[in-house]
Ligand binder design. Structure first.
Ligand SMILES: [Zn+2]
Ligand SMILES: [Zn+2]
Length: 248
């Protein structure tokens, strides 16, 4: 059996499990014609959209705070602003896991739609879109870079060119179990700017797309090398934000 055939069968089986546009991507409930973006009405009401956020990193903060979160007070990030659609909790965690680790590439479309919808309300005008790169081993294992998938959707819908501006050159350990300080160290010098894009980014505004913002260390490191390579400023958009008001 050739590879294409195997892929077709795999997609067919995935369709049986999670039929596109028929079942809710969050709970598997049957959708009706009123359903929005492959999401049932119940889940749509329950999704943790961020409604009150840190002015700098876009993380969810308490209603009484009109400024920046503790993490932003303690750090001077290289990117100008970051924004996220959802808090990283509940149904958002499981759908991102299905997308990232479960090989369910079709989730790029509804999740990309949520990202596009947020982007359309954000008053920035990037010239170039890029995404947080994966190293080769991870890419081989996962078959696709979930952040790049969403970034390309954002790029196509808004007619903004997409470039893989950076490459991940070091297979560093996963950030998941590390604290803030360790994360910052762990991402140092793991990315390289792809010099063929040097001309394209000169004095340009770049938007980095990622799936989850945690402490900002990864996007900060990436922003640093993109700015060093000549970009004017960098913004960040992620599907979910994992940092609450009182965590550092
Ligand atoms: Zn649902
Ligand atoms: Zn913040």
């Amino acid at each position: 059996m050739n590879l294409i055939k195997i892929k077709e069968i795999k997609n067919f089986l995935l369709d049986m499990l999670y039929p596109r546009h028929i079942k809710c991507i969050f709970c598997g409930e049957e959708l009706n014609e009123k359903s929005y973006n492959d999401t049932c009405e119940k889940c749509l009401k329950e999704l943790p959209f961020i409604t009150h956020s840190c002015l700098r990193c876009g993380g969810p903060i308490g209603e009484s705070n009109d400024g920046v979160c503790l993490n932003c007070k303690a750090n001077n990030f290289e990117f100008k602003l970051a924004r996220s659609v959802f808090s990283y909790k509940d149904k958002i965690i499981s759908v991102i896991h299905k997308f990232k680790y479960g090989g369910m590439k079709f989730l790029e479309e509804p999740l990309g739609n949520y990202l596009c919808e947020y982007f359309s309300t954000w008053d920035i005008n990037p010239d170039i879109i890029t995404s947080v790169p994966l190293n080769d081993n991870k890419l081989k294992r996962r078959k696709f870079n979930q952040s790049e998938c969403m970034a390309r959707i954002l790029s196509n819908r808004n007619n903004i060119p997409y470039f893989n501006l950076c490459t991940k050159i070091v297979d560093n350990i996963s950030q998941t179990e590390l604290n803030f300080k360790e994360r910052k160290e762990n991402v140092k010098n793991v990315f390289r700017f792809n010099s063929e894009y040097k001309k394209e980014i000169k004095d340009k505004i770049v938007l980095i797309v990622d799936d989850v913002y945690t402490t900002g260390s990864t996007c900060n490191e990436l922003s640093k090398i993109i700015i060093e390579a000549g970009a004017k400023e960098v913004f960040v958009i992620t599907l979910a934000h994992g940092l609450g008001d009182n965590k550092i």
